[in-house]
Design a binder for this molecule. Structure first.
Ligand SMILES: CC(C)(COP(=O)(O)OP(=O)(O)OC[C@H]1O[C@@H](n2cnc3c(N)ncnc32)[C@H](O)[C@@H]1OP(=O)(O)O)[C@@H](O)C(=O)NCCC(=O)NCCS
Length: 180
């Protein structure tokens, strides 16, 4: 399903990714890893060398296990968010959001909020009852966005990220979908 979001900069569409998005998706994801080094545990240099097949595989989802939502403007990818549910029968009721990213010129328009809302709808349709994520404790814009989406902090992972000689703690956040 395609969602439409009216923003001050025009209409943005939200839809699920497919393997044919691989070339543009690679650009978006590499841009994210380069632009926001401490926001993601994935590493830019390591990802730079992956062949196109790696990106196509990433976008070849197993139905009901995971998906990636993309924000697009006039056919160009401007944002993304992934969600994956637990793989064991004992953890399938929960899911994890990863890779939340909006290109710098499109921030502040609540596009990430819409991507996360799409993840919630995807999760609820699969009887997932809670969604978790981790966010660097210094990442105020992301924390504000997650709080607006009803996430609350349930713990801190000390020194979750090590980058350029510094450690960064992560807040562990959760939202209960029963309340949504
Ligand atoms: C975090 C992020 C995804 C939020 O996306 P977004 O679509 O801009 O989200 P929102 O519009 O809801 O804005 C969230 C907050 O960003 C800040 N913000 C507003 N305008 C902004 C702008 N032009 N540029 C940067 N941040 C801005 C504000 O603090 C805002 O919160 P507020 O409206 O309560 O003041 C985006 O900033 C981003 O991609 N950052 C880099 C990657 C990242 O940190 N990802 C999170 C990984 S856990």
């Amino acid at each position: 399903m395609i969602q439409s979001l009216a923003t001050a900069r025009g209409k943005v569409l939200i839809r699920e990714a497919k393997p044919a998005d691989a070339v543009q998706f690679r650009e978006l994801r590499l841009g994210a890893l380069q632009d926001s080094s401490i926001a993601f545990s994935a590493d830019y240099q390591k990802n730079l060398n992956h062949p196109l097949k790696y990106w196509e595989d990433m976008l070849t989802m197993q139905p009901d296990e995971s998906t990636i939502f993309l924000a697009t403007r006039e056919g160009n990818l401007i944002g993304m968010t992934g969600i994956a549910r637990g793989s064991s029968p004992k953890t399938r009721h929960g899911a994890y959001i990863w890779g939340v990213y909006v290109e710098p010129e499109w921030r502040g328009l609540h596009i990430a909020e819409e991507l996360i809302t799409s993840c919630f709808a995807w999760a609820k349709a699969r009887e997932i009852v809670l969604v978790k994520l981790g966010v660097a404790a210094v990442n105020q814009p992301a924390i504000r966005c997650y709080e607006r989406c009803s996430f609350t902090t349930y713990g801190i992972e000390p020194r979750a990220i090590f980058y350029e000689g510094k450690y960064y703690d992560e807040y562990l956040m959760v939202v209960n979908l029963d309340d949504k």
